[in-house]
Design a protein around this ligand. Structure first.
Ligand code: APR
Ligand code: ZN
Length: 248
């Protein structure tokens, strides 16, 4: 049996399999990831565009970036990674799906109880009064400061409900992710460079707790040497093969 078939059998035998996805799970939906050769961070410096400082100091560039992201996202559809993972979850092979992605494509494919570690682009939040709104409120052309959208209630600053650099992650997401990881006997990383903490600690926590680790990723990660299965292939085909092997 090849590594993909072995991983499928490991999923079948597992008691509590956890999957962690990153931007590489959405590239086959046409959404660029961040750190591979065609990634977003080859064009922009994340600290200059995706931090709380950037929102305060260069709001026009900040909202222009998010307008572009939202436009891209609107046309994105779930790909075989999202569709296959939803099927694996519904069939009971995947007990918890943790994602770093903000695109909502796992839910669009039918996955439930997705642990969104970096928030989501579905909403935006007022930094002054805390009210939440659908993200189309910030999905506007911004050319000058006069175009910047403000909270309809208190005129405060609106921020997409994603975790920016310099921001803490949502506590409930961390608690759910750590609890699931500690319970896992199989931990599968799909499409993540594992470069960004604290999410990148989850695979190490799983291995520390005795779980088997699988990594499906085109580039190397710091956890590769701990992986029982290291699959350097496109995740869409791999997840589809796993589902076929399990008769889904
Ligand atoms: N199949 C398998 N692997 C893929 C595919 C694919 N189709 N496409 C890309 N990859 C791999 C790349 O090789 C890369 O190592 O996915 C990985 C994506 O890594 P990153 O771009 O670093 O994305 P991610 O790990 O999700 O980044 C974490 O960084 O900028 C922040 O908040 C952002 O959530 C993001 C976090
Ligand atoms: Zn407000």
């Amino acid at each position: 049996m090849d590594a993909v078939q072995q991983l499928a059998e490991a999923l079948r035998a597992s008691k509590y399999a956890v999957v962690l996805t990153g931007a590489g799970a959405s590239t086959e939906s046409g959404l660029p990831d961040f750190r591979s050769k065609a990634g977003l961070w080859q064009q922009v410096d994340p600290m200059k565009i995706l931090s709380m400082t950037a929102l305060r100091r260069t709001p026009v560039a900040f909202y222009q970036f998010y307008h572009q992201r939202l436009t891209h996202l609107r046309d994105a559809k779930p790909n075989p990674v999202h569709i296959g993972l939803a099927a694996l979850q519904q069939a009971g092979y995947v007990k918890c799906l943790i994602t770093q992605n903000i695109d909502g494509l796992h839910q669009a494919a039918g996955s439930t109880d997705v642990v969104e570690m970096h928030g989501s682009l579905r909403e935006c939040v007022c930094l002054d009064c805390g009210r939440r709104y659908p993200s189309d409120l910030i999905d506007v052309e911004v050319n000058t400061e006069a175009d910047i959208p403000h909270c309809p209630e208190c005129r405060g600053v609106l921020k997409p409900s994603v975790v920016l650099f310099e921001e803490a992650l949502p506590v409930d997401a961390i608690e759910r992710a750590v609890a699931a990881t500690e319970q896992s006997d199989l931990f599968v990383v799909i499409g993540s460079s594992l470069e960004v903490g604290p999410v990148n600690q989850l695979p190490a926590l799983a291995v520390h707790g005795g779980a088997d680790l699988a990594i499906i990723n085109l580039d190397s990660t710091y956890m590769d040497r701990h992986a029982r299965w290291l699959i350097r292939e496109k995740a869409g085909a791999v997840v589809t093969q796993i589902c076929q092997h399990l008769g889904l």
